[in-house]
Design a protein around this ligand. Sequence first.
Ligand code: ZN
Length: 461
Amino acid sequence: MALSIYNTLSKAKEPFQPLVGNQARLYVCGMTVYDFCHIGHARVMVAFDVVTRWLRTRGYDVTYVRNITDIDDKIIRRANENGEPFEALVERMIAAMHEDEARLNVLRPDIEPRATGHIDGMQAMIQTLIDKGFAYAAGNGDVYYRVGKFAGYGKLSRRKIEDLRIGARVEVDEAKDDPLDFALWKGAKPGEPSWASPWGDGRPGWHIECSVMSTCCLGDTFDIHGGGPDLVFPHHENEIAQSEAATGKPYANAWMHAGAVRVDGEKMSKSLGNFFTIREVLEKYHPEVVRYLLVSSHYRSPINYSEDSLREARGALERFYQALRGLPQASVSGGEAYAERFAAAMDDDFNTPEACAVLFELAREINRLRDSDPAAAAGLAARLKALAEVLGVLQLDADAFLQGQGVGKVDAQQVEALIAARLQARAEKNWAESDRIRDELAGLGVVLEDGKGGTTWRFAD
Ligand code: ZN
């Protein structure tokens, strides 16, 4: 079966057909680096990490580009508040972003172009658009895109220009010919970072960045363009208008959009105060728990983020790691039918919840065979790990994971020390002390499991 991908442009699943050979060229809109990444960003990072991992597993030669917006209003404002150059803020936030994604086991994109590294390309595309009549210098230092001139405007978000005009906000001292027109170049205001241009000092608008960086890295037409749920309109609509008007060619073949993250059933927003950065969440939860929460839903479905859903994700991972725990190292053997079903799920528009369900069945099979046929169970455990690698989970040592659940509560060394003290007490037949330590461990949420090979432990759910 061929890989099919839901295309926002056609609103249908389509077989994935690379434009060139077996190349898969993918561009995803990345972060505006003025603050730490939040869980909405984590979702986009993880969703497209899984997409690239599966494309590679399927043998495609993937080029994954995710840009960095390193100049914009929010960056300038925040840098001014902090009293630092915008470059310093941006460097710090990019380093933090890379740290966050590494903790979530997100592989780095192949290319991470930065907007400020492509100013020349943006000016060239803006000039082309002016020459073709799709853009105009407004005389106040801004250059605008003439939305009404592009016949395909609204094709991605299914909006009609007439309807948009009715809703458009007309601002006083409007330099635009039409309220729908958007800025390609913004004339510099005093004290702002700026670049020289034929239209005066200024800086690029946000939308032009992505048209230029994608084309620069991947060509005029490429296979997949992705991003977060809020980007369909206007950002991606505007990217299409810019690129197709400038090149006269189709822009991206398929458009993929991750679903929204809701917090306790509400839209996540700074004003509601239900806003979590990745690092805040990782103070309380193991990174793999957060990752599993994200991959156990389909990338297009809304995710509800709550303490309950995190606990559920942790419980699921604990069941997986308990199946993997204590089996000898082995190479992959058996479980071909599971691998086929896993592949069929992933080929169906990256259906990760279905893929997770297959992994659960495989884990149950491992548990069934564990005592009667440990060698077969070990071969299947290797299969489970190999399949789970596509989702970026279950690659840790099982004990390390199960004992790493006390994030923020107690560390593994402390638990080991108490277990050793309890063993010592038992050796000395000091049952009162042994029981006291057992109670102390229970109070820390540690479950002891006395077995043939000694005492192992894990944190309780
Ligand atoms: Zn973009």
